[in-house]
Design a protein. Structure first.
Length: 243
């Protein structure tokens, strides 16, 4: 079954953009996934095709109207979960990406201006998603990020089935450092353990590097990883034995 992506936006010409290239582009051409970009403005009912209005209570900017956006959602509904790309949403995680990639697809709602009329979320059961704590001009860039993260996990998109297993966030840790030829470059050598041929030592080194880098660079991830490890059945058994 083809994984289906529908994007509701005021700028459908942005898509597929970079998703039309490389792995995602080949998968799109091969029918592994499909992409439809629909213009929210097509669902406006007045002669000016208005999609926004001034904020209730006053203030700067414009707000996307609930009635128009809801009509757009209803018009493209295909049973896939509806996600709004918004800085007020829950942070996107690799675990959520895996869940979405296992499903039938997604319908993504791209905001502009000051965002959406709040009533839209309650009326249509929309999940709000954020890709980071910063402000973009619109939700289209965030939608491209989410789609890229999902599409690469679809069966057959990556060459080797296990090629994504060791990457950052898959295990809750940052990925270990990588090296390749030449063995010495500008006086800097490849760590000797990686040239030893001892797979057990290499695996242990990579795990240690992942843990050290995560602890140093992303203490928030390290705290979650450490807590999960302590609470896991194996972690609980270790703790009991040590006591």
């Amino acid at each position: 079954m083809t994984w289906s992506a529908t994007v509701l936006t005021l700028y459908p010409e942005i898509f597929p953009g970079p998703l039309g290239q490389s792995l995602a582009g080949r998968a799109l051409a091969d029918g592994v996934w499909s992409l439809r970009a629909a213009n929210i403005r097509d669902f406006a009912t007045d002669k000016h095709r208005s999609v926004d209005d001034t904020p209730a209570g006053g203030g700067p900017g414009m707000v996307l109207r609930a009635d128009v956006v809801a009509a757009a959602i209803d018009g493209v509904a295909d049973g896939t979960p509806v996600l709004a790309m918004t800085p007020r949403g829950a942070p996107l995680t690799q675990a959520r990406v895996r869940d979405l990639a296992k499903g039938p697809g997604v319908t993504l709602l791209c905001g502009r201006f000051e965002g959406f009329d709040e009533r839209l979320f309650a009326a249509r059961g929309i999940e709000e998603v954020s890709i980071g704590d910063y402000i973009l001009s619109g939700g289209e860039t965030a939608a491209l990020v989410l789609l890229d993260a999902c599409v690469r996990l679809l069966p057959g998109v990556m060459g080797a089935p296990l090629s994504g297993d060791d990457e950052s966030f898959e295990s809750g840790l940052l990925e270990h450092p990588h090296y390749t030829r030449p063995p010495v470059w500008e006086g800097l050598g490849i760590p000797e353990v990686l040239r030893s041929g001892d797979h057990a030592k290499i695996a242990a080194w990579r795990q240690a590097q992942s843990e050290a880098d995560t602890r140093l660079r992303r203490p928030d991830l390290w705290e979650r990883y450490s807590s999960a490890r302590v609470l896991s059945p194996s972690g609980a058994r270790r703790q009991k034995k040590e006591e």
